[in-house]
Design a binder for this molecule. Structure first.
Ligand SMILES: Nc1ncnc2c1ncn2[C@@H]1O[C@H](COP(=O)(O)OP(=O)(O)OP(=O)(O)O)[C@@H](O)[C@H]1O
Length: 557
């Protein structure tokens, strides 16, 4: 497979341009489905992050940039005298770096590793960083970098390939977005696609796109052209194909693999100028579901300077092998335990005896006030997700269900209502297990035990994000004796209390490891319901009568 082909080393860092940047700006974005129109965003206020500073000079002490003196001119209408402000980077040497890395359990390996940053201001002192990008960070409340950002941003700015594994909710998105935006600004070419971000799901692609839009406001490239970010939606794909939109219009595109490949095959997009490619949820993109598509994408990006970044909360060793083989002199960044669960999540296991026991457990949680919204419940299949939805809806709970059979419009609407607090409990399949950043989810319930430790880490990672506390409860029955073992190990590794009697239970034999590796631990489960068959029929009849009455009322209106 071509994926194992080693491509040439990534792009070199260039200085930011000092082109005059007008006060007003607009960014045209082609958003997915419900946002198909190009949007104009006008921002009038600019945060004066650098007041009083006229010129900042810093000598980059690091090996790679030690011979460069960097100068950045900052507007200050009142002052006419140029001042030199000596801003020392907070991390000035290997000892500082060692102490910082120890504080966040950072394990960084590779050749010639650059120093981390300790604050976003270090980006100014060490790199010719775009002032407006920094302002956008501050304006959006990002004042201090998270550990993965401390490491990932300078690495990428030095043009290194990066393989990064950091806990769920720890800020990986900005760790790859910030340098990608900066390097797009640095690229001298005025037109053409320079950056690609690949995500396994549309929901996650939408979310990354929204972050990229926030951070790219007021940023102009050469000839006062605003930096253009787009999500490759169905409609944008069609417009590119019919040449209604130029394929040179966008600087950065966020896409799912298949949609991007379609656009390349239709000659709607040319990836030959792409200089940076980011694989978010890299282990998913390099597993058997996506690996061929990912390979096709890499083959279409044939600029020898292509820089590659891979990010995930879980990077199993087989994926790491592939990653190492396609990257050039990568730096490997591990924050905390590799593949460990986020330490802010209180993890629990609940034995439910059998399938009926799971429903009873949920109802008990409701009665005892432990069912505190917002809640996400994960199930292993669409059929089961739908069945649980009907059960809980019948119980009068504020629930909805999201899975691959729902239309994109329905999916977007459900996500919006969950984000806004209108919807309290979201039932879903693994389609929402990765990357989605719902703020303040209180509780994640694994109604069905996930089949891999990785899936478990991502699912429960929908709570406990951005240093908040969260809770995850995993239901299991006798049938889950094997699947529960890797989960017990994750729990123990992340410092959660595991009853002593589970120690023996968690040991995996060689054969069991093989079964799990092949994904053969899935079990046959009884359908979800605590209701007798005769009652179920009555209930179904009642439900269809209610729906018919609703339809009639709607028609009368
Ligand atoms: N420097 C920062 N300061 C404050 N908040 C931040 C910072 N960086 C990221 N965040 C916030 O932290 C939350 C989690 O970030 P993000 O979605 O990037 O996590 P992640 O590591 O990609 O998680 P996952 O593995 O689940 O994809 C987001 O709400 C994001 O806005």
């Amino acid at each position: 497979m071509d994926i194992f082909k080693v491509l040439t080393r990534g792009a070199s860092l260039k200085k930011a341009n000092d082109a005059a940047k007008p006060a007003d700006f607009s960014i045209a974005n082609d958003k997915s489905n419900d946002h198909t129109k190009a949007d104009e965003i006008n921002v009038s206020k600019e945060l004066d992050f650098f007041h009083n500073k006229r010129i900042m000079r810093s000598v980059e002490n690091k090996k790679k940039g030690s011979d460069r003196e960097q100068t950045m001119i900052v507007d200050d209408e009142k002052e006419t005298i140029e001042q030199t402000i000596d801003m020392q980077p907070k991390i000035a040497n290997e000892e500082d770096a060692r102490i910082l890395r120890k504080s966040y359990k950072g394990n960084i390996s590779g050749n010639d590793i650059p120093l981390p940053i300790k604050s976003f201001e270090d980006l100014i002192t060490r790199f010719s960083f775009e002032k407006k990008l920094l302002n956008n960070l501050i304006e959006n409340g990002f004042t201090e970098p998270t550990p993965i950002q401390c490491e990932g941003i300078p690495l990428a700015l030095y043009g290194r390939d990066v393989l990064a594994c950091a806990p769920t909710g720890s800020g990986k998105t900005l760790a790859f977005l910030i340098p990608l935006l900066q390097q797009t600004i640095d690229t001298k070419e005025t037109q053409g696609l320079k950056g690609l971000i690949i995500s396994p799901t549309k929901e996650l692609a939408n979310q990354i796109f929204a972050e990229a839009v926030k951070l790219s406001q007021k940023i102009f490239l050469a000839k006062k052209r605003p930096l253009q970010v787009a999500i490759l939606s169905k409609s944008l794909g069609a417009k590119l194909k019919n040449k209604a939109v130029s394929n040179k219009k966008y600087d950065i595109i966020v896409s799912t693999p298949l949609r991007l490949i379609d656009a390349v095959r239709n000659e709607a997009l040319d990836l030959s100028d792409v200089r940076h490619i980011v694989f978010d949820e890299a282990d998913k993109l390099f597993d058997k579901t996506f690996v061929e598509q990912t390979d096709d994408i890499l083959n279409a990006c044939n600029d020898p300077r292509l820089r590659k970044s891979m990010f995930s909360a879980t990077i199993p060793s087989n994926v790491e092998e592939i990653a190492q083989s396609i990257m050039t002199d990568p730096v490997r960044v591990i924050i905390g335990h590799k593949e460990g669960a986020n330490a802010n999540i209180d993890q629990q296991l609940t034995f439910c005896g059998n399938e009926e026991g799971k429903l009873i457990a949920i109802r008990q949680m409701v009665q005892e006030g432990e069912f505190k919204p917002p809640i996400i419940i994960f199930l292993e299949s669409i059929v089961r997700a739908k069945a649980l939805y009907h059960e809980l809806m019948y119980d009068g709970l504020n629930v909805d269900v999201l899975h691959a059979e729902r239309t994109q419009q329905q999916r977007n609407k459900i996500i919006e209502s969950f984000k806004s607090g209108d919807l309290w409990c979201l039932i879903c399949t693994d389609v929402l297990a990765r990357g989605i950043d719902f703020k303040g989810v209180n509780l994640v319930i694994n109604y069905d035990v996930p089949t891999t430790a990785q899936s478990y880490v991502h699912r429960i990672g929908r709570t406990g994000r951005n240093n908040r506390h969260g809770k995850a409860v995993t239901f299991y029955t006798k049938l889950d004796a094997l699947a529960i073992k890797p989960i017990i190990n994750v729990m123990r590794q992340s410092g959660c209390e595991v009853p002593g009697w589970m120690d023996g239970l968690s040991k995996l034999s060689k054969r069991e490891k093989e079964t799990l590796k092949k994904g053969e631990s899935r079990v046959e489960r009884k359908p979800i319901s605590t209701v007798l068959r005769v009652d179920r029929i009555k209930r179904k009849r009642k439900q269809s009568m209610i729906e018919a009455s609703k339809r009639r009322k709607q028609e009368e209106k």
